[in-house]
Design a protein around this ligand. Sequence first.
Ligand SMILES: Cc1cc2nc3c(=O)[nH]c(=O)nc-3n(C[C@H](O)[C@H](O)[C@H](O)COP(=O)(O)OP(=O)(O)OC[C@H]3O[C@@H](n4cnc5c(N)ncnc54)[C@H](O)[C@@H]3O)c2cc1C
Length: 331
Amino acid sequence: MRIAIIGAGIAGLSAGRALQAAGIDSVVFDKGRGPGGRMVSKRTEYGAIDLGAQYFTARDGEFRAAVDEWQSAGVVAPWPVNPLVLPERQPARPETRLVAVPRMSALARHLADGLDVQSGIQVSEITRELSGWVLSGRHGESLGEFDALLLTAPAPQTQSLLAEPCPRLAARAAASRMQPCWSVGLVLERPLEVDFDAGFPSSGPLGWVARSGSRPDRPHLPEIWTLHATAAWSEANIEWSPEAVGEYLSTAFAELIRQTPLVTARIAHRWRFARARGALAESVGYLEHEDVLCAGDWVTDGRVEGAWRSGRAAARRLVNRLMERSGQGGG
Ligand SMILES: Cc1cc2nc3c(=O)[nH]c(=O)nc-3n(C[C@H](O)[C@H](O)[C@H](O)COP(=O)(O)OP(=O)(O)OC[C@H]3O[C@@H](n4cnc5c(N)ncnc54)[C@H](O)[C@@H]3O)c2cc1C
């Protein structure tokens, strides 16, 4: 069976690996420059800055086992941080917060190793032919013909890709609401004198602030803080320029910490589809119609762990389908 996976975020990569473990090859297409999706780190002249997912948790047993493996392989480590709710200075919920090392994208690189991941390729059209599903790229070029598809792009992108060929799944994707997030890497001239490394501001435009260098294995970073705007602020100001957002959020940060840090650079990134707050909580972990499956954080719980679980569940379903077809039955 020829399988195409659209999206090399955590969901697409966990699916690709689970298929590979069952002896099934797949091709993973991603429009980004490298794998990782929202678990990405931006390379800058100041070092790699984690502008997307900041950390992840491992609540489910199967995911914890995967995390153990990644820890042994040296690509994941716990981040010993105690975020405060600010300015109240209440400790946030204590839990083990995990990060990839030495940057968030390292986990995706690890998972992509040995898979056929084709980066820089945007799937723009899906058509149903008698011989299978044909994928086309941005310039109308054929990306190949496949027997089954697994879409792991964020819900709005999956919805638009499936509107014509699979309206039933497109309608399910339309039901998952995704919120934007403006993210800023604030490079400072010297270390800030504050007694916390991460915090959840309780009011104002910021929803999260964190000192990048407090994560494990980031020894060479200058003083960089990642600032995330709240979903409400990001939504209201989604069309602002990155420069204007960088300035506004760094002023908000200065007010929060009651200091005026000396800023070397502000690197702003707009996530139009950052968090799946209206995730579908689909118990099987994937959506399916004929030979098309959807997976990703928006299908489950809107988190890294949920995305991983979703991709894996979809891959298992594909393996079972293959076994059913070849008459071996499936579990
Ligand atoms: C700012 C921010 C903060 C976050 N903080 C946390 C956190 O603290 N904890 C947590 O657990 N989660 C957090 N998340 C959410 C977490 O990043 C996601 O849940 C998870 O990474 C989703 O993985 P995914 O594989 O489902 O989707 P994605 O990572 O979005 O992967 C989908 C991939 O599909 C690709 N794609 C889309 N359309 C196409 C196309 N047409 N053709 C080819 N490729 C395509 C994209 O390039 C992308 O790489 C955060 C996210 C953001 C943005």
